[in-house]
Ligand binder design. Structure first.
Ligand code: ADP
Length: 388
């Protein structure tokens, strides 16, 4: 046998080396930053180092082993993780970086990463496992935070992207119908010009004007939102004859919509001085009147009440139309938002977003009241400088 050839001095030297190695090994285990352990498959620790005791919140390895007698139940937040670890060990013999949530002694939850190998008895049965445990809570949390930040940034980009392409397709859609009107009308005027009468010519020209106007409004609306978002709207003090202003707007609305609604206009303001931007002011009135027409049957009444008191001009646009479902009221002023009962009526969902923005720029306020099948009232309050 080989060891018969080993003399005493040699044995002593091997022994010393082993002791040194053992001491070094013990030193390494005891001072390691990683938790090092041996455990049985039945769920008890047999050996643990100080680092593991520290990770789990015990003052010594002895206390840890005395108090932690059932690893799956006492340690793992999900006891089934322990079963999964043993199953993997049975199949693979070694498992690395197996991550689980565990309870520290003070019930604080931490995340650990276990790298272990299987221990077998003489008959090849799995009896235990040994290896290292690392507390990865912090790095894991910062990774989660990083992932979350990335996810949010990506979502934002995605929404931004889809909103942009959505905006573009909506604008195109909205521009298409007035463009078609212009094309048809100019064709008719061009081809049949000698044959059509003066009255028809004027009718086609009016249609073209109305179509150009509606395209212009849409483009202006976007420019307005863009300008307002960039903080570039400058309000001017403007004297306004409300009666003239509203009658003109109503005529434009009638022209664009071919409305046969009757217009009930009441006002008590003469000329008012507003700190305003005329494009924005027109957007407010036009969009509310257009919606009142669009969402109520032909022939119904549209009421426009303008009423000045103290330093406020209160305008109320009321229709007797389809109304707005209560659950849709809160989202109404968001861009592209449309109520559930209007999916069959053409629209972009932009008008009220523009109105809201315009009202805000005027330091005003907008309110909506509606009842399904009865009608809708929008109330806008705008500050006035004075009325005379
Ligand atoms: P659009 O009319 O182009 O869809 P708006 O932003 O002007 O866009 O309006 C948003 C939504 O609010 C409309 O789609 C409609 O569902 C609802 N709405 C606005 N005004 C009225 C109204 N007077 N009566 C009923 N529903 C309305």
């Amino acid at each position: 046998m080989e060891n018969t050839t080993i003399g005493k001095p040699m044995l002593a030297s091997i022994w010393t080396t082993l002791r040194k190695f053992d001491a070094k090994y013990r030193d390494f285990v005891e001072n390691a930053v990683l938790g090092i352990f041996q455990a049985t498959v039945t769920g008890q620790y047999i050996k643990v180092n100080q680092a593991l005791a520290d990770i789990y919140g015990y003052d010594s390895p002895e206390r840890l082993m005395a108090q932690l007698q059932n690893i799956p139940e006492q340690l793992y937040v999900q006891p089934s993780r322990h079963e999964e670890l043993l199953k993997l060990l049975g199949e693979e013999k070694a498992v690395s970086k197996f991550e689980s949530q565990v309870y520290r002694r003070d019930r604080q939850i931490i995340i650990i990463s276990e790298t272990v190998r299987a221990i077998y008895d003489g008959n090849g049965n799995l009896t235990g496992y040994e290896g290292t445990i690392e507390d990865i809570t912090e790095s894991h949390l910062s990774e989660i935070a990083l992932q979350a930040a990335l996810q949010t940034a990506m979502e934002k980009e995605k929404t931004k992207g889809s909103l942009d392409s959505y905006s573009v397709s909506m604008i195109c859609h909205e521009l298409r119908s007035p463009l078609t009107t212009i094309l048809l009308s100019t064709n008719l005027l061009g081809i049949n010009s000698p044959l059509i009468g003066e009255a028809d010519k004027l009718k086609y020209l009016d249609r073209i004007r109305a179509a150009v106007k509606s395209m212009n409004d849409l483009v202006e609306g976007f420019l307005v939102i863009g300008k307002a978002d960039a903080g570039r709207v400058e309000l001017q003090k403007v004297p306004l004859d409300m009666q003239k202003f509203c009658q003109e707007l109503w005529q434009e609305v009638q022209l664009v919509t071919s409305s046969e609604h009757s217009f009930d206009f009441a006002y008590n303001c003469g000329t008012v001085y507003l700190l305003t931007d005329m494009t924005l002011l027109r957007q407010i009135f036009t969009n509310l009147l257009l919606n009142a027409v669009k969402y109520s049957p032909q022939g119904e009444k549209i009421h426009l009440q303008i009423h000045c008191q103290a330093n406020q001009m209160i305008l109320r646009v009321q229709d007797e139309g389809i109304g707005i479902p209560p659950e849709n009221l809160s989202g109404l002023f968001e861009p592209f938002y449309r109520a559930d009962n209007t999916t069959k009526i053409a629209g972009t969902g932009l008008g009220l977003a523009i109105v809201k923005k315009a009202v805000e720029i005027h330091q005003g306020e907008i309110l909506v009241e509606s009842e399904l099948g009865v009608g809708t009232t929008f109330t806008v309050k705008l500050p006035i400088i004075s009325n005379s």
